[in-house]
Design a binder for this molecule. Structure first.
Ligand code: 4NP
Length: 154
């Protein structure tokens, strides 16, 4: 089987998807899982930028460094490279579907579809919210990361 490659996708690639990338990298390393990991945004507003300071602080408080990550936009080639393209909400899903090429190896899917009982749910956008919203994001992406590591190890 081909080695898994997981891409996390949100709107700006500065809040939710870099947090998901960091949480999943930590969970995969702890489990000894070999996997390619990256994140991207459906929009181009924050290309080249570091994650939002609130996202960095929340990750750091939870023992994960994401300050080195830089924003980039989702491109067609991602659907040829990544076995899993996991989006945060329904708007991301519609935007990502518009980028899928004819020869894609994967289709975009909601991240929380991997968490039993949360199928079909969205990871809420914390950008216009407060600290507690970033902690909620961390909690959601961490639960999904753990479920995903288990599934990929299976
Ligand atoms: P993200 O959050 O999609 O989780 O990275 C956002 C970041 C930036 C914007 C919206 C959401 N923005 O409108 O610039």
């Amino acid at each position: 089987m081909r080695e898994p490659a997981v891409l996390f996708v949100c709107l700006g690639n500065i809040c939710r998807s870099p947090m998901a990338e960091g949480a999943f990298r930590a969970a995969a390393e702890a489990a000894g899982l070999r996997v390619t990991i990256d994140s991207a945004g459906t929009a181009g507003y924050h290309i080249g930028e570091a994650p939002d300071p609130r996202a960095q602080e929340t990750a750091r408080r939870n023992g994960v460094e994401i300050g080195h990550l830089r924003g980039r936009q989702l491109v067609e080639e991602d659907f040829r490279r990544f076995t899993h393209v996991l989006v945060m909400d329904h708007s991301n899903l519609a935007n990502a579907r518009a980028v899928v090429p004819a020869d894609a190896i994967s289709a975009p899917q909601l991240l929380l579809d991997w968490v039993p009982g949360r199928e079909g749910a969205a990871v809420a956008d914390p950008y216009y919210g407060g600290e507690e919203h970033f902690e909620d994001t961390w909690s959601d992406v961490t639960r999904a990361a753990q479920a995903l590591v288990q599934a990929l190890q299976g």
